[in-house]
Design a protein around this ligand. Structure first.
Ligand SMILES: Cc1cc2nc3c(=O)[nH]c(=O)nc-3n(C[C@H](O)[C@H](O)[C@H](O)COP(=O)(O)OP(=O)(O)OC[C@H]3O[C@@H](n4cnc5c(N)ncnc54)[C@H](O)[C@@H]3O)c2cc1C
Length: 311
């Protein structure tokens, strides 16, 4: 049987696309993912309070928001499969996709909403304290009361790290930008912003050896990469800004991506270089990376698919 639409990914982009497509009576089949690119429900499953998703004035827990979206998608007729996609074949029609268990599905159109994975430091202490003062998103979590008027740290040296540090200065009493090199990778204009900001102090040539704290992060153990010396930096929160990896390995290079690996869409649309294959959410967006922007682009992809199928 050939599906009309297959959606890959169950984050805000995939589930929003599913709600719209299901309501158009197109019975989408959605692959929720399992392990290869995050988890079913996507990135919001690893956060606590979401305070900026419209419609929830008191905030909502990330996993609860995703459970609500999933329920809404199923209610309107989406069929879910909790599996990862391992392979795609867009060379002929209908398109073919293969799951990690080897099952092959066929579809007239595909929406790729497989998101991106935030890079994290591979430390046991990071895993233990994740979500307890450690986050991968200052735009999302920086305004939470636990971080207000406190000394915070951002890890990284690129544009995102500087942006996050500058963003945090609105709430924090001081922001340490911790970078493993002796110069920032960020663009000149962003570097200037960090260097001249009265609330930002850059700690050069430092790597995090360990996150310290019992129930929440309280300090960082830092290693100076030039001298090898260890030091302790008390902080109330840490934001890792060491990059994201778009989840595109299953595409095996069949869709055009940019130099960072993100799917290239025709500007202002969710269309990819292959007619009938659309992309939504973080997998095609390294600029905004928010649940609401992902959901918005999922809606756009759904409307485009519907029009494309009618044609
Ligand atoms: C710690 C943290 C806190 C955040 N807090 C906020 C916040 O407060 N507010 C906000 O607006 N945004 C927040 N964000 C950002 C937000 O989570 C993302 O922008 C949003 O989830 C992107 O949605 P998406 O649907 O594009 O992708 P994702 O949420 O990344 O979902 C991708 C989906 O694709 C699936 N998938 C991946 N590979 C495969 C595969 N091979 N086969 C099948 N499925 C696959 C995954 O399992 C997952 O279901 C936060 C992010 C992080 C990391």
């Amino acid at each position: 049987m050939t599906e009309k639409v297959i959606i890959i990914g169950s984050g805000p982009a995939g589930l929003t696309a599913a709600i719209y497509i299901a309501r158009s009576n197109l019975q989408p089949l959605l692959f929720e993912g399992f392990q290869s690119g995050g988890i079913p429900g996507g990135q919001l499953m690893i956060t606590n309070e979401v305070e900026n998703f419209p419609g929830f004035p008191e905030g909502i827990l990330g996993p609860q928001l995703m459970a609500n979206m999933r329920e809404q998608a199923i209610k309107h007729g989406t069929r879910m499969v909790m599996e990862d996609i391992a392979n795609t074949d867009f060379s002929s029609r209908p398109f073919k996709i293969t799951t990690t268990s080897g099952e092959v599905y066929e579809a007239d159109s595909i929406i790729i909403a497989s998101g991106a994975t935030a890079r994290r430091l591979p430390l046991d202490s990071e895993k233990r304290l994740w979500g307890r003062g450690i986050s991968a998103c200052a735009t999302c979590d920086g305004a939470l009361p636990v971080f207000r008027n406190k000394e915070l740290a951002v890890l990284g040296g690129g544009d995102t790290a500087v942006e996050e540090a500058v963003h945090l200065t609105q709430f924090a009493s001081k922001v340490y930008l911790i970078h493993r090199r002796d110069e920032l990778r960020a663009s000149k204009i962003m570097q200037k912003r960090a260097l001249e900001h009265p609330k930002i102090e850059i700690l050069w040539n430092k790597t995090v050896e360990e996150f310290l704290g019992e129930l929440k992060v309280e300090a960082l153990s830092l290693r100076d990469v030039t001298t090898g010396e260890l030091s302790r930096l008390p902080i109330a929160g840490v934001f890792e800004a060491i990059g994201h990896v778009p989840n595109v390995s299953f595409l095996k290079g069949q869709i055009t991506t940019d130099e960072l690996g993100y799917i290239k869409t025709i500007p202002g649309t969710p269309r990819t270089n292959i007619d009938g294959v659309f992309a939504a959410g973080d997998v095609q967006d390294h600029t905004y990376r928010q649940a609401i922007s992902a959901a918005g682009s999922g809606c756009m992809a759904a409307i485009e698919v519907e029009r494309w199928l009618q044609k």
